[in-house]
Design a protein around this ligand. Structure first.
Ligand code: NDP
Length: 464
C-alpha cells in the first residue's frame, strides 16, 4: 500500500462491494474531487466479497470518473487504493485490517445496520486510535430505544465529535442555501415567524415506484424512510434560530433546539397523520403493479408508500404555525420542495381587487430554485391585483450532496453530520404516529400509481 502523506486522510470503506459504496459514496467522492482537485484521499475498500485488486481499482476509477473527477485526481487515488477481503465480524480479521491500514482513518460503515452494530461492539473491545472517526449510515436504530443503545455503543468507541451520522439531505444546495436566504436578507428575516407564516409544507413526492428496493423499503415505509430522517433535518434548517457563526457546534446546537421543541400537531397522531399505499396504475408510459404485488413485498407488513404528518414547534418563534411533512412514491408528479404560505395582510385597502391568493415562497429542493409569489398589478387596471411569480433559478449544486457531506467528514468537521441527541429526537417525534398506525387508528388509504396526493391531504386538523 502506498504510504499516505500527512495531509492525506484514509477513507476505509467497510462494505466496499455493496450498493451504497458503488452507487452513492464513490460517485460522491468523485464529485468532491471534481471541485477540490488537489484533495488527497487514500481509499481502502474492505468487504467479505472476493474481489481482485484490479476489479476494485476499476470500480473506483469508474465511479470517480462518472461524476466528473479529473483524470489526474482519479489516477492518484487509483494508484494508492487497495481492497482487503475481511469478515468484519471476526475479531482477528477486523484487527488485522485496522492494523494494516493505520491512522488517521475515517471508518465508513457501508454495512447492513445489524452488522454495523456488531462491528462497533468489536471496536469497543479492540479500541481505536484517537484520530479515528466513524461515519455511520442511516437508519440510526429502528426506534428510540435502539437509537439510544446505538449511541451508547458508538460513544464507547469514539467521542461524539468524531461520530458522523450521515444524512445527505444536509448536502443539498437548497438546504444549505436556507442559511443565507434566512439570515442574510432583511426582507425575509422579520417575517420568518408564526406571526407572518400561516403554514409550511415540506414535501418529497417521487414519481418512482419501488424500483426493486423492497428488501429495505417494505420494512421502513415512507414515514421512516423519508420523514423521520431527511424531512425533519430540512425542517430543522428551516426553523432554527440564527447561529452565532456557521460552525458545527453553533449550527448543530440551534438545529437540536428546534427538534427538541417539535411534536405532533395537537398531540394527536390520529388527526395529524395520514398514510396511503399505491395500487396499480401508470406513470407516464410505465405500468406499475399494485404495491402489494411488487416483488419482495410482504402484504402483512401493511407498509405505506405515502405518508404525511403535521408537526408543531413549541418555541416563541413558531408556536401556532403548522408544518406539514409529506413524502411518497409512485405519484404522478414529482415535487420536492418547501412551501411557505404567508398570512393575509391584516387589512387590504378597499378599492384594491383581486387579492385572493396568499403570498408564498417556494424553495425547490431538486432542481434548486426559489419562487416568490406576490399580489401585484401586472397590466391593465392599476388597482387590479394578480399573483405574479418572481423566479430565481439557483446554480446547480457544486457537487453531489454525498460529496458535500463527505468533504466535511474527511476534514473532521461534523457540521453536516447528525448529532446523537438529534438522531434520538427524530425517533421521539415520529413514534406517536408509528404507534397510532400500528394500532390501526389511522386508516390506510389508497391511490393509483401515477395519480396525485389524495384529496384532503395537507389540511390542518383543528386542535382538540
Ligand atoms: P449492501 O447489502 O448492498 O452492502 C453491504 C455490504 O457489506 C455487502 O457487500 C455485504 O456483503 C458486506 N458485508 C456484510 N456483512 C459483512 C461482514 N461481516 N464483513 C464484511 N462485509 C460484510 O447494503 P447497502 O450498500 O445498500 O447499504 C449499506 C448501508 O447504507 C446500510 O446501513 C443502509 O441502510 C445504508 N444506506 C443505503 C442506501 C442505498 O441506497 N443503498 C441509502 C442510504 C443508506 P454480502 O453481500 O456478502 O452480504
Amino acid at each position: 500500500m502506498s504510504p499516505a502523506s500527512d495531509a492525506t486522510t484514509t477513507l476505509l470503506i467497510l462494505g466496499a462491494s455493496g450498493d451504497l459504496t458503488q452507487r452513492l459514496l464513490l460517485p460522491g467522492l468523485g464529485s468532491l474531487l471534481a471541485v477540490e482537485t488537489d484533495r488527497s484521499v487514500h481509499v481502502v475498500g474492505a468487504d467479505r466479497a472476493d474481489m481482485s485488486q484490479q476489479e476494485w481499482a476499476d470500480t473506483v476509477r469508474t465511479a470517480l470518473t462518472s461524476t466528473g473527477a479529473p483524470d489526474e485526481a482519479v489516477e492518484a487515488i487509483v494508484a494508492g487504493t487497495e481492497y482487503i477481503k475481511a469478515d468484519l465480524m471476526v475479531p482477528e480479521e477486523l484487527d488485522a485490517l485496522l492494523t494494516q491500514v493505520g491512522d488517521p482513518v475515517v471508518l465508513y460503515f457501508a454495512l447492513p445496520p445489524a452488522v454495523s452494530v456488531q462491528v462497533c461492539e468489536l471496536l469497543e473491545t479492540r479500541g481505536v486510535s484517537e484520530q479515528t472517526r466513524l461515519a455511520l449510515e442511516k437508519p440510526f436504530g429502528t426506534d428510540l430505544p435502539s437509537a439510544q443503545a446505538l449511541n451508547v455503543q458508538v460513544l464507547k468507541v469514539v467521542d461524539e465529535n468524531r461520530v458522523h451520522r450521515i444524512d445527505h439531505f444536509l448536502g443539498l444546495s437548497t438546504v444549505l442555501n436556507l442559511l443565507g436566504v434566512r439570515f442574510a436578507n432583511r426582507l425575509l428575516q422579520p417575517v420568518w415567524t408564526s406571526e407572518h407564516i400561516e403554514k409550511v409544507v415540506i414535501s418529497y413526492d417521487e414519481d418512482l415506484a419501488l424500483e426493486g428496493r423492497a428488501g429495505y423499503y417494505d420494512k421502513a415505509g415512507a414515514l421512516v424512510d423519508m420523514i423521520q430522517s431527511h424531512l425533519l433535518q430540512v425542517l430543522a434548517f428551516f426553523a432554527m434560530e440564527a447561529p452565532g457563526s456557521i460552525t458545527e457546534d453553533e449550527v448543530r446546537s440551534v438545529k437540536a433546539d428546534v427538534l427538541r421543541a417539535t411534536a405532533v400537531w395537537g398531540g394527536d397522531p390520529r388527526s395529524a397523520s395520514r398514510r396511503a399505499r399505491y395500487t396499480a396504475g401508470t406513470i407516464g408510459a410505465r405500468a406499475v403493479p399494485d404495491y402489494t404485488s411488487e416483488e419482495g413485498v410482504d402484504p402483512a407488513l401493511d407498509t405505506e408508500t405515502l405518508a404525511e404528518m403535521v408537526v408543531e414547534i413549541d418555541t416563541d418563534r413558531w408556536r401556532g404555525t403548522p408544518f406539514v411533512l409529506r413524502s411518497g412514491k409512485a405519484l404522478g408528479e414529482k415535487s420536492k420542495k418547501i412551501e411557505v404560505i404567508f398570512k393575509e395582510p391584516d387589512r387590504v385597502p378597499s378599492g384594491l381587487h383581486g387579492k385572493d391568493v396568499p403570498d408564498s415562497l417556494v424553495l425547490d429542493l431538486k432542481p434548486a430554485a426559489m419562487v416568490v409569489s406576490l399580489s401585484i398589478n401586472a397590466e391593465g387596471d392599476p388597482f387590479d391585483l394578480e399573483q405574479k411569480e418572481l423566479v430565481a433559478t439557483l446554480a446547480d449544486s457544486r457537487m453531489l450532496p454525498y460529496g458535500e457531506v463527505l468533504g466535511r467528514i474527511l476534514d473532521g468537521d461534523p457540521l453536516l453530520s447528525i448529532r446523537g441527541d438529534v438522531a434520538e429526537d427524530c425517533w421521539r417525534i415520529v413514534e406517536p404516529v408509528l404507534g397510532a398506525w400500528r394500532a390501526d387508528e389511522v386508516p390506510m388509504q389508497e391511490y393509483a400509481a401515477g395519480s396525485s396526493v389524495p384529496d384532503g391531504w395537507g389540511a390542518i386538523p383543528a386542535k382538540r
